[in-house]
Design a protein around this ligand. Structure first.
Ligand SMILES: [Fe+2]
Ligand SMILES: [Fe+2]
Length: 327
């Protein structure tokens, strides 16, 4: 049995420098000049030198040049900027379970149509679809209590809804679609039931967003409208509560708007020492208010309009939809 050494050897920083130097020289002297792993190891060893602080942070992971063998897993902190001076925000339509009814004459109405008609009348330059627009019912892990046809049908309905939105708002309106927790069901499904297909099936491609000029903001990337941050809501640990807007505002310690909780709420906070304000908003949903999985709830329908000024200041109109009208 070989002896097992459990004690640690302490080395001084001078000795460590020497070790790194020797290792770098040995690696450089190795014959496999084209071995990417060796080149990366050299790059990392170079960083152990005293001037390492000056190096680009990405170099630590071998990302600084084309020889890097490691790529694709690092997240960049993208922020999608919404710059129109009138921005419409809707979320949580949960297609094909959006609020839609038909009167005795066969005319369609409901919160979903009310919201988009109101936003069009407000001449928005940007429409943000702020997550959970598609339910992905057939991809959920919940027990299916009722027959809701199949995923192909859900997909078909959702594609038609996106196509309709583009036609309804016209080509001049920028449409941005951010991923909510329901859209993430596709990724979760692939990861748990079809992981061999990972990296080959994408939500935005399935919905043909590019065809309709719709921008996709994936996973948990950030969205800003001037000084206002807009999230779906599931990005935060915990949420909801008596006043969801207050909950999110306290977590963000900044101006923040979310959907996700299916409830309209607002919270304005004046900082006592400098007199400045920060505020939170949660926007109501556009889905069926009494689904089988949550027949009793305190949700409400809603829609928001953000008026953005030059310099980033903004005004939020966080509206409730009641009895067919935006109020
Ligand atoms: Fe939702
Ligand atoms: Fe959600």
């Amino acid at each position: 049995m070989p002896a097992r050494y459990t004690h640690r050897i302490r080395v001084t920083s001078d000795e460590l420098d020497l070790v790194n130097q020797v290792r770098a020289e040995r690696l450089k002297a190795m014959p496999q000049k084209n071995n990417k792993l060796v080149q990366s190891a050299i790059a990392i060893s170079e960083l152990a030198k005293p001037d390492a602080e000056q190096a680009d942070r990405g170099a630590v992971f071998g990302m600084q040049n084309a020889t890097s063998p490691i790529a694709g897993e690092l997240r960049d902190d993208n922020v999608t900027e919404l710059t129109s001076n009138r921005i419409g925000v809707i979320s949580d339509a949960h297609w094909p379970f959006h609020d839609l009814r038909q009167d005795a004459d066969g005319n369609f109405y409901g919160a979903y149509l009310t919201a988009i008609e109101w936003l069009r009348s407000q001449n928005v330059g940007t429409l943000l679809l702020n997550g959970d627009m598609v339910d992905c019912y057939n991809l959920s892990t919940h027990e299916k209590l009722e027959s809701k046809r199949e995923w192909a049908w859900e997909l078909d309905v959702s594609r038609t809804m996106l196509k309709h939105l583009r036609e309804f708002f016209g080509d001049k309106v920028r449409i941005v679609y951010r991923e909510g927790n329901h859209e993430e069901r596709l990724k979760r499904y692939l990861a748990t039931k079809a992981k061999e297909l990972h990296g080959t099936i994408y939500f935005d491609e399935l919905l043909k967003m590019r065809e309709h000029g719709i921008e996709w903001v994936h996973e948990r990337d950030k969205i800003a409208a001037g000084k206002l941050r807009i999230d779906h809501g599931h990005e935060w640990f915990g949420g909801g509560g008596v006043n969801p807007a207050r909950n999110y505002r306290m977590k963000a310690v900044d101006n923040v708007m979310v959907g996700h909780v299916h409830k309209t709420s607002t919270d304005l906070f004046r900082k006592p020492l400098d007199g400045s304000f920060i505020a939170g908003w949660s926007v109501g949903c556009l889905c069926d208010l009494n689904p089988r999985y949550a027949p009793r709830n305190n949700w409400n329908h809603g829609v928001a309009l953000v008026e953005l000024e030059e310099g980033g200041n903004f005004t939020v109109h966080n509206k409730v939809i009641l009895q067919g009208a935006v109020r």
